[in-house]
Design a binder for this molecule. Sequence first.
Ligand code: ATP
Length: 519
Amino acid sequence: MDYNIYLCAMSQQDDLFKNIVSHCKEYGFIFPSSEIYDGLGAVYDYGPYGIELKKNIQDFWWKAMVQLHENIVGLDSAIFMHPTTWKASGHVDAFNDPLIDNKDSKKRYRADVLIEDVVEKYRQKNDKEVEKAQKRFGDAFDEAQFRATNPNILRNQAKMDEIETRFKAALEAGDMAEIKQIIVDLEIACPISGTRNWTEVRQFNLMFSTQLGSVADESSTIYLRPETAQGIFVNFLNVLNTSRQRIPFGIAQVGKAFRNEIVARQFIFRTREFEQMEMQFFVRPGEEMQWYNYWKDSRMKWHRALGFGADKLRFHDHLKTAHYANAAVDIEFDYPFGFKEMEGIHSRTDYDLTQHEKHSGKKLRYFDPEINEHYVPYVVETSVGLNRTFLAVLCNSYKEETLENGETRVVLSLPANLAPIKVAVLPLMKKDGLPEKAREIMDVLKYDHQLFYDEKDSIGKRYRRQDALGTPYCITIDHQTLEDNTVTIRDRDTMAQERVSIDTLEAIVGKKVGWKQLL
Ligand code: ATP
């Protein structure tokens, strides 16, 4: 198998991705961390526009999950937790990734990712076959039948199934030698050195540890949380007793998590410090699959509302569920480097609460008045990466356009509510009272919306800058404004300008960027 063909196919997308990464830096969305010291691997800072976009995505999640669900409440638990938490949750013993090194390039890889990339290559081959056939047959094309009968597709599918079955068995058995053998048999080469000179596969724990207090000994070792979920589980009783919730109900939290990822790359997709938006939904035992399906559906709708087309999203069932789950699925987004996980939905059973009962000696039960029974609730989790959603939103909205007059522009066609700046206020000239009039408009709109005032450069350049930031509306104040109290409002996507009265601006902008539409 030629791994290089796969890399070549990815290179066009690579260029697009590189442009998106440099756009982020140039326009103040994302900077490499501590850049003056040459940065720190896979750690990033969010600039003035990045933080606004990230905050808006987070708000959208919070509104969709907490504000619109009477039976979901919020929580903000600490990053540091009692060390026994991680013993109980299984992270001390089982939060491992299989790693493998190429002896020539000295590069380290996740063995599972190397194998999954090969499967993905076959999947892409099949998609290409379908695309070609679609063009050939036009309206008469029946995709399902084609996929079920075309020999090339069937051959590729058989390969995929074979690899996945073998890989799943190796994972379940914890058989690292077999995982190495799969890599050898698939003839996977290191993309850097091009050789197949691999080390053995080893397990590597992903938790960062540090010392609490001034004495460094074994007993003072604590961990930076690798997921926010455990903060929710240990607070289950506190929330239950104070929020007047009845099962089924959920607890939501947004916060930082830390994982010592073996290979952190692809910009903010995989970093060692990241943010999760998690919700744990507590249900009656036996009803978990019904809620699992409900949340699968509901979360997919949330992603669609972000403006992602159906072809950009897909479900991906886990080959091997984690030690705590009885069902698990990912929602994947089609990033420029392929379909990858953006959100995980897991049916976590009563594993976590039961484990915390065992290790703490405290009962974490619920009395269900409807069936007159005490039980440990089952849990369905939805866990989406804020940074990965941010990256998906950026990739989905970044466009390099050639206009009718031959000029080019880069535009971020973000959903209006998510845009870092909602309205740019632009006096056509820096004189004749136009800036003063612009300031009056700012004073009306600034309490409700993030604005941007700009009077420098030609109006064309100023529009381009706002397009690049994703600002949905530009209001321009010109000499006519002084005569009849009207301004032009320019739409980012169509670039059409409409003349409207200043008195109507608040209502127009409010309607266009209000949350209701998105929710
Ligand atoms: P992966 O398989 O990509 O390592 P995971 O299955 O370990 O991810 P989960 O434990 O299910 O991820 O975490 C839930 C979500 O948290 C993921 O869907 C992802 O959006 C986000 N996430 C996990 N690890 C990282 C990371 N290193 N950087 C950024 N986001 C992450």
